[in-house]
Ligand binder design. Structure first.
Ligand code: TTP
Ligand code: MG
Length: 369
């Protein structure tokens, strides 16, 4: 890997909260501590699924997205509770505030997860490992929760690393360790490789990064399309994607994952009304009007579709947002489908969006982690 000062390494941290919803519930309800706890749909309800499970419950094989009924079979004495999204959002804001003490280059991926670029940090700490330690400690001291961190020179390796020593882990994969790390990595851990692609790879005899590395870029793109090029780079430890702090300026979205499946148009429309309200409030706060509305639907089998419609002029009023979202929903023949998540986003704002920054950085010296 090129380590010359013209291409200095970035310092990227990926932070991910441990058993997020379940840990918040155990923190707020001492009677749940040390016990197998499942947050999600209740097993007696129809079609409920597990949002997450405490580490005590995971020992019984309980996992996210599993039907709650199955979770109960695996662990008959598990406790089941419905999610309290407001509590998780509150924690999410607080961890983001902690991140912002160290850098403004924070890219949240979900409520409990974010990338931080600490190549230069606000407190001049310098060491990304020390920053990760301090963040974990602040989360512990101030929020009574644990997080796991991955530290490396790019997003992909940092994210993969944060998953290695969960819970309460801190894993550093430095520049000289990346290639060996990537070679050992099972293909299903690669960014963007879902179950289907992983199976396809295995059928081709590709099980690890080392196997993928034997293929040329052409062979990879022929078999896996555009993603093939990304695999080619990533297996060599190259991931130039920037940490993007203001993604939401390109589109503004709200979505909700439901603790149980929605199966009637009526139920879905009622949820869309709430989501539309949230999106419109945000659009109006930022004084943004979007010309394109995108409806996102995730089904209980995790299949996801999006449908969008564009207009000649921007809008941010509740009436248009609701009507457009419902029209797009109707075109998907929603009745009797099992819907897990609904989301609405507005994009194509009237104001110009900030130009993507150049991916190459030449302004920083290489500093030790
Ligand atoms: P994750 O970070 O994937 O899981 P986690 O924080 O519960 O556990 P881990 O220690 O392995 O990181 O997801 C964060 C939260 O998102 C999780 O607490 C609940 C929610 N979630 C769902 O609602 N459904 C899902 O299928 C997944 C994966 C997560
Ligand atoms: Mg997590």
């Amino acid at each position: 890997m090129d380590q010359s000062p013209a291409h200095p390494h970035r310092k990227i941290i990926h932070i991910d909260m441990d058993a997020f919803y379940a840990s918040v519930e155990q923190r707020d309800n001492p009677e749940y501590r040390g016990k197998p706890l499942v947050v999600g749909g209740l097993p007696e309800g129809r079609g409920g699924v597990v949002a997450t499970a405490s580490y005590e419950a995971r020992k019984f094989g309980i996992r996210s997205a599993m039907p709650s009924k199955k979770a109960l079979q695996l662990c008959p004495h598990a406790l089941f509770v419905r999610p309290r999204f407001a509590a998780y959002k509150d924690v999410s804001q607080k961890i983001r505030e902690i991140f912002s003490r160290y850098t403004d280059l924070v890219e949240p991926l979900s409520l409990d997860e974010a990338y931080l670029d600490v190549t230069t940090d606000k407190l001049n700490i310098g060491s990304a490992i020390d920053i990760a330690k301090q963040i974990k400690q602040a989360i512990k001291d101030e929020l009574q929760l644990t997080a796991s961190a991955g530290v490396s020179i790019n997003k992909f390796v940092a994210k993969t690393a944060s998953d290695i020593n969960k819970p309460d882990g801190l894993t550093f994969i430095g520049p000289s360790a990346i290639e060996a790390f990537m070679e050992k990595l099972p293909v299903e851990k690669f960014f963007g490789v879902g179950k289907v692609t992983a199976q396809k790879m295995k059928n081709m005899g590709l099980h690890t990064g080392e196997d993928l590395k034997k293929l040329t870029e052409d062979e990879l793109t022929k078999n896996f399309g555009k993603a093939g090029r990304f695999y080619y780079q990533i297996v060599r430890g190259i991931d130039n994607r920037e940490v993007q702090p203001h993604r939401e300026t390109k589109s503004l979205a709200a979505e909700d994952t439901f603790p149980y499946d929605l199966t009637t148009t009526e139920e879905m429309e009622a949820e869309l009304d709430k989501i539309a309200q949230t999106v419109c409030n945000r659009l109006q706060t930022y004084q943004l009007k979007g010309r394109t509305l995108t409806l996102k639907i995730k089904y209980s089998d995790f299949k996801q579709i999006t449908r969008n419609q564009s207009f000649p002029a921007g809008f941010n009023d509740l009436e248009t947002v609701c009507a457009t979202a419902k029209r797009l929903l109707a075109a998907t023949e929603p009745d009797d489908k099992k819907v897990r998540l609904l989301g609405i986003s507005l994009s194509n704002f009237n104001e110009p969006t900030p130009k993507q920054k150049d991916e190459k950085r030449t302004d920083q010296l290489m500093l030790p982690f």
